[in-house]
Structure formats: C-alpha cells, structure tokens
Ligand binder design. Structure first.
Ligand code: HEC
Length: 102
C-alpha cells in the first residue's frame, strides 16, 4: 500500500485538526455568550438615564388653578364649595347648625 493511501494516516491528523478547530469555535462561542450577558447588563446600567425619584403627590391648593381657570376660580371662590374646604369652626360651620366647634 503506497504511503498516503491509508485512510487512517490521511484522516488521522486532519480529523484531529478539525476536531480541535470545532473545539476552539465551541469554546469561543460559549465564552462569547457567557461574557455578553454581564457586559450587556453593565452597558445598560451605565447608559440608562438617571431619573429623579418620583415625588409623592401633594395638595397644591386652589390658587394654583387660577392662572388657567380664572372664570371657574372666581365662580368657586365665594361659593359654599369654597367654604367647605375651610377648617370647621363656629364661624365657618354651617349657619344655624346645632354643632359647636371648640
Ligand atoms: C397650566 C394651566 C392649567 C392649570 C394650572 C390647571 N389647569 Fe385644569 N385644565 C387646563 C386645560 C388646558 C384644560 C383642558 C380644557 C379643555 O379641554 O377644554 C383643563 C381642564 C381641567 C378640567 C376638566 C374641565 C372639563 O370641562 O372637562 C378640570 C376639572 C380642571 N382642569 C381642574 C383643574 C384644577 C382643580 C386645577 C388646580 C389644581 C387646574 N385644573 C389647574 C389647564 C390648567
């Protein structure tokens, strides 16, 4: 048998080389996936805009509405609804009410 025609001699080294190439590609692919996840998280953390924490809602009062709702504000100002928002006492309480406030 002439040298080089033995399939084991020809395929042996090239098969091992091919196996080694696939092993390197496999390790590189796994390393890419394993490294991509923390890298992606780090990039997102670094580039995400820092939003101010939301503030709790608070009562702004009726005067804040006046610039845009002047007519409604004027109509409301002298009404019973406006008085209903005042702290209850003998003066602001309902006229003739039997309830007394201290
Ligand atoms: C910066 C201007 C502005 C301020 C300040 C403002 N509003 Fe308004 N408001 C508007 C506009 C504009 C509309 C929409 C009007 C429309 O669609 O006809 C509106 C609509 C409304 C409506 C609905 C009216 C409807 O007929 O459907 C209510 C109720 C209202 N505002 C209440 C308030 C109250 C209460 C405040 C104060 C706490 C306030 N607004 C402060 C501009 C303002």
């Amino acid at each position: 048998m002439p040298e080089g025609s033995d399939p084991r001699r020809n395929d042996g080294p090239s098969h091992a080389r091919r196996l080694r190439r696939w092993w390197v590609i496999g390790v590189a692919a796994i390393a890419f996936v394993v490294l991509a996840i923390p890298l992606r998280l780090a990039v997102r953390e670094a580039w995400s805009p820092r939003l101010a924490p939301p503030t709790a809602p608070l009562y702004v009062g009726s005067k804040r509405c006046r610039p845009c709702h002047q007519d409604q504000y004027d109509a409301w100002k002298g009404s019973n609804h406006a008085r209903a928002m005042q702290p209850a006492d003998d003066v602001t309480g309902p006229p003739g009410s039997p309830v007394r406030f201290e």
